[in-house]
Write a protein that binds this ligand. Sequence first.
Ligand code: ATP
Ligand code: MG
Length: 425
Amino acid sequence: MTPKKKLPITLARPEHTLSRSLVDDDALWVLRRLRRSGYLAYIVGGAVRDILLGREPKDFDIGTNARPSEVKALFRNCRLIGRRFRLAHVFFRRKGAPDKIVEVTTFRGLEKMEDDSHLTSEDRDKTGAVFGSPEDDAMRRDFTINALLYNFDDFSIIDYAGGLSDLESKKIRLIGEPDERFSEDPVRMLRAIEFAARLGFTIERKTASGIKANAHLISESSPARLRDEVRQMQHLGIVGEVFREASRLGLFEHLYPEVEVSDGIYHLLKPLDDESKKGRSQQEYRYIAALALPTVVNHYPLTGEARLDEAAPAITEVVTPLCARYQISAHIRHQAKEIILSCYRFAKGKHYRAKGKFARRKDFAEAWEFYSLWAAFDDSQSSAAGYWGSYLEERNTPLDQKKKPRKRSGRRRRRPSKRGAPPTS
Ligand code: ATP
Ligand code: MG
């Protein structure tokens, strides 16, 4: 084993691949301006990690020792945001291009300030952990690979937490003690799993046991933040992979206590993830339906005899609390419930009376796709799914390919005039 290098490690410009040509022009402009005004200016967080991995960063976050009020004074196109955690957004608007934001944060300290009364109201926030050195700032980040700094003064990369070696060995390692860091912010547990899936890394052993031990704390974290993280996974097409790992580490049951883990969930999530990976983001209600359906059918079996008026409350029992916890709109909740209820319509097979009306609904094609997917997993649906398959094929066959209708015997009846058409004479 090669001996571990002593931290911090500084890689001078010739020793790394982060060149300025890979940095967004607007971020460079912000960095230069901070430097010229005598402040420290660093690229921090995900962008350094992504460039070193040869990936394109999603955005460039900048760290500085300028306080929020000083950043605001320096940039006309700047707004301070966040009451909990104050930071500056520098806006760039160009004709024909989407608006861009470069996020500028002041290096944070590890110690809470005893007395923040000397701070301006613009610089004070609810965290109380205010202003520190670049090292302090790196050490309060979540994972070692997210704590690398790029110093715009001499273009070196500085590693205080061991991120360079973890990038090499493809490890997600939490900075600090898991019990402390996960209880401080339980969302980090979900982020660990998310980064592992996204980068194809493994979660380091101590970090993984920390998740197992602290998983229950996730239910105390902000639902809005959790929903944002889950949306990000939806966008990246890694939901199935993340939920599988979350379930292995005991986190899933605290994220979705009303959902019973089953392979059916992963089966339903797979095509959604596949589509998102191709750049076609999927609607949120489809994920909710995928999460809920296996549990619903466990509680109220999906059979030809099932009654829609009894299926509806079984669906509500799972979908409603899930949506309430994550503050998901009534519209999305309704769509999720409807697509599950449609499975019960399909399960009736030929005995479903309102087939024609159902098949004319706007959401029919999507419901059929969802049910067919479930039927490929659940053998008990083969006869109903087979029936609907032939029924729809028949419906979609152009008239001239259909079996010739029997000739009517007797006199031809006159076709009735169209409803609402004016009388002809
Ligand atoms: P990307 O933007 O590509 O999704 P990122 O690493 O930039 O990935 P962000 O969510 O944008 O992730 O956060 C920016 C940085 O802020 C992270 O790299 C990390 O250093 C830090 N960070 C974010 N969330 C936390 C957290 N909950 N605890 C500690 N540090 C965090
Ligand atoms: Mg980022």
